[in-house]
Design a protein around this ligand. Structure first.
Ligand SMILES: Cc1cc2nc3c(=O)[nH]c(=O)nc-3n(C[C@H](O)[C@H](O)[C@H](O)COP(=O)(O)O)c2cc1C
Length: 336
């Protein structure tokens, strides 16, 4: 099973979700090396991108790795979104995704970035003007990521999806929660079926997919053409490839442990340092190192050493112990 978006064949149909502050170029590269049909950039605020001078943030969002990369745009004004889309296309993007799902108050409130993200679900006519502006501005395919609706009384994802398809959107990802749920409760995969029923473009199910069994249930409940995984990939960049292997017959990834895991994490660490520069890289890397250590169950002493060191060479030197077998770490901690 693959997902076809215009001329692009997305294979396997297991995609990395956009996660602001996390799915930067180094992480997207890492996930795509294990295997993913698509990776999506962090959300890019359209107006800020068009107006801002080139900087670290921009590089983080617009770098392209080996996998098919979609650049996600957010915004509330058609002309900024269209201009951002043109710039993103000119910089080599193969796909643009429009964010109509972000629940953050600074994105949805009129006093913040202003009525963008999931707030657009409250005004579908306005949402459509943005979609049409982006689709008209570029030749590359445009996709949409949204939620089930604003709240339980406004479950209008099917209407938005149908109108978006009419406007030229070529794939729709649904996070199975309403905006007002933020990240609470459980994603409702069955509710995504109402979107699948009314469009012919591929529909991707998202929310709380953290293993192959959940991916299978999400696809069965929603009828979706593929899945998108976000938080489940934190500290487990091989998860998408595992899901692809178990559900879609893709080659099974080698899940690294011990020295092999250390090599992966050290490589990712160095990629972050070179991408962001030593000082910022050291700080950005900490959350990723924390997730990898969560997976191993690293003891508190080693964990603290790794996460508080201000010396990249020292962090690299701590990692073999920090990522080694847990019982080994505990012995070392007791001795320390
Ligand atoms: C820290 C964080 C940052 C996120 N950033 C974005 C974003 O930039 N754009 C977007 O469409 N969704 C964003 N999301 C939502 C995710 O893409 C995804 O829809 C949600 O986390 C549910 O999927 P999951 O349970 O697999 O993580 C973010 C979520 C989290 C937790």
């Amino acid at each position: 099973m693959t997902v076809q978006v215009a001329h692009l064949t997305l294979d396997p149909p297991v995609f990395l979700a956009p996660l602001a502050g996390i799915t930067d170029r180094p992480f997207r590269d890492l996930v795509s090396r294990f295997g993913a049909g698509l990776v999506v950039s962090e959300m890019v605020a359209s107006q800020e991108m068009v107006q801002a001078k080139p900087g670290v943030r921009e590089r983080a969002e617009l770098g392209f790795g080996e996998a098919t990369t979609s650049v996600q745009l957010a915004g509330r004004e058609a002309h900024w979104m269209a201009e951002a889309a043109r710039q993103v296309e000119a910089s080599g993007a193969t796909l643009i995704d429009i964010n109509m799902g972000c629940p953050a108050k600074k994105v949805t409130s009129a006093s913040g970035a202003g009525a963008s993200g999931s707030a657009l679900m409250k005004d579908l006519d306005h949402a459509l003007t943005l979609i049409e502006a982006v689709v008209d501005a570029v030749d590359i395919p445009v996709t949409l990521k949204t939620r089930l609706g604003w709240d339980d009384d406004m479950l209008n994802a099917p209407e938005l999806a149908r109108r978006a398809e009419d406007a030229g959107v070529q794939m729709i990802t649904i996070h199975g929660r309403t905006r007002c749920q933020f990240y609470k409760g459980h994603a409702d995969w069955a509710a995504i079926a109402a979107v699948k029923d009314v469009v012919t473009v591929p529909v991707i199910a998202n929310g709380d997919i953290t293993d192959s069994a959940k991916a299978r249930t999400a696809i069965e409940a929603s009828g979706a053409d593929g899945v998108m995984v976000g938080r489940g990939a934190q500290g487990k960049p091989w998860l998408l490839a595992q899901i692809a292997a178990e559900l879609f017959g893709a080659p099974a990834p080698e899940v690294p442990t011990g020295a092999a895991l250390c090599e992966v994490v050290q490589g990712h660490y160095e990629a972050m340092l070179s991408f962001y520069g030593a000082e910022l890289g050291l700080r950005v890397a900490r959350k990723h190192l924390g997730w990898f250590m969560d997976g191993v169950g690293t003891g508190t002493v080693l964990r603290r050493q790794v996460l508080t060191s201000r010396d990249a060479a020292e962090v690299l030197a701590f990692l073999p112990d920090a990522l080694a077998d847990q019982s080994n770490n505990n012995t070392k901690e007791e001795a320390a």
